[in-house]
Design a protein around this ligand. Structure first.
Ligand code: ADP
Ligand code: MG
Length: 320
């Protein structure tokens, strides 16, 4: 869907992105991860030509983007950023409708789409006529995402979109994004410096440092097969284990056909969260229920030690 081939970008003679080659597959949720200054935003902005590459070629659906009109390109790509960039003197409704209106959609179609997005992003209809400053940070960010999605773009580009939010709101929006991705099958490229955010969201993590890709792959691959010391240190040696557990779910790891009394945990809980439950409840077995509170089975503390069996998100091969 998006292909970088030997792309370099200089600022004042210094390369911010160096000879970068990268493929983002259609329908994939890719996350550009790295510390501040590693070249993530520059990479993202070259996709919709907010920044022009100096060397190399970027293709979108097979077509070189430098051959395309920037405006046309941008209308095919939603763009959401941390500072949100909502127009302050426009109502929420008008903000969301920006691109559809530019594209000449009929009034009826625009208002139907706004309704659809409101329900997709769990926004209250009362907010439609409000102005951005009358919304909470979390609501503004949801409106920002709704606006980026409004014209049903082929690609959604997001730059630290949840960076300014408190952890609870942030977690909720991450779950929304996963749901939207599952429902819409949209190709998403998201930039973050937050390791856990990347592990939660990504099908494919692109780990960057000093304008170059250090390693690229599925979350569990980077954790279990780090390519070098940099990757190992980046993910934090001491945190590797719990981060791996965060890729698995209690429902998949529970032993079927077993049951026991006691306060159950939800199947959707990550194994990292389950680990925390084992510790705080001082137990080594936990009953697991599905979202209708029906018993699924029993999660055993000892099973957390067998990562290979745990059905992590990508069915990872664990070394050793
Ligand atoms: P990240 O998003 O990973 O924090 P950026 O892509 O924003 O990193 O920046 C990569 C490097 O390029 C940094 O060293 C930054 O200072 C530099 N840079 C980014 N944008 C500009 C600009 N408009 N002018 C000059 N230097 C820039
Ligand atoms: Mg950035």
């Amino acid at each position: 869907m998006i292909q970088f081939d030997g792309v370099t970008k200089y600022f004042a003679g210094k390369a911010a992105v160096k000879n970068l080659s990268l493929t983002v597959g259609k329908g994939e949720f890719s996350v550009l991860l790295g510390t501040s200054g590693s070249g993530k935003s520059t990479t993202l902005k070259m996709i919709n030509r907010l920044i022009e590459a100096d060397e190399g070629e970027i293709r979108f659906a097979g077509e070189a983007i430098r051959q395309m009109e920037a405006r046309t390109l941008r209308r095919r790509m939603g763009y959401a950023i941390q500072s949100i960039g909502l127009f302050p003197h426009w109502t929420v409704e008008k903000n969301i409708a920006t691109v559809p209106v530019l594209l000449g959609w009929s009034k009826v179609r625009v208002s139907e789409r706004v309704e659809e997005l409101f329900s997709l992003l769990s926004l209250d209809r009362q907010l439609l006529k409000r102005y951005p400053h009358q919304l909470s940070g979390g609501q503004q960010q949801r409106v920002g995402v709704a606006r980026a999605l409004a014209a049903d773009p082929e690609v959604l580009l997001m730059d630290e979109p949840f960076g300014a939010l408190d952890p609870v709101t942030r977690g909720a929006l991450q779950q929304e994004m996963l749901r939207i991705h599952r429902l819409s099958g949209r190709t998403i490229v998201l930039v973050t410096h937050d390791i856990d955010e990347a592990l939660t969201l990504a099908d494919n993590i692109v780990l960057m440092d000093e304008g170059e890709i250090v390693q690229q792959g599925k979350p569990a691959e980077l954790l279990t097969q780090p390519k070098n010391e940099f990757v190992r240190n980046f993910f934090g040696r001491s945190e590797m284990g719990v981060r791996l557990l965060a890729l698995g779910q209690a429902g998949n790891a529970a032993r079927r056909g077993e049951w026991l009394e006691g306060e159950p945990i939800a199947a959707a809980l990550t194994l990292r969260e389950a680990l925390s439950q084992f510790i705080t409840r001082r137990t080594d077995k936990l009953p697991v229920v599905d979202d209708r509170q029906q018993p699924i089975g029993v999660l055993h503390f000892n099973d957390l030690l067998n990562l290979r069996e745990l059905n992590l998100r990508e069915g990872v091969q664990c070394a050793g």
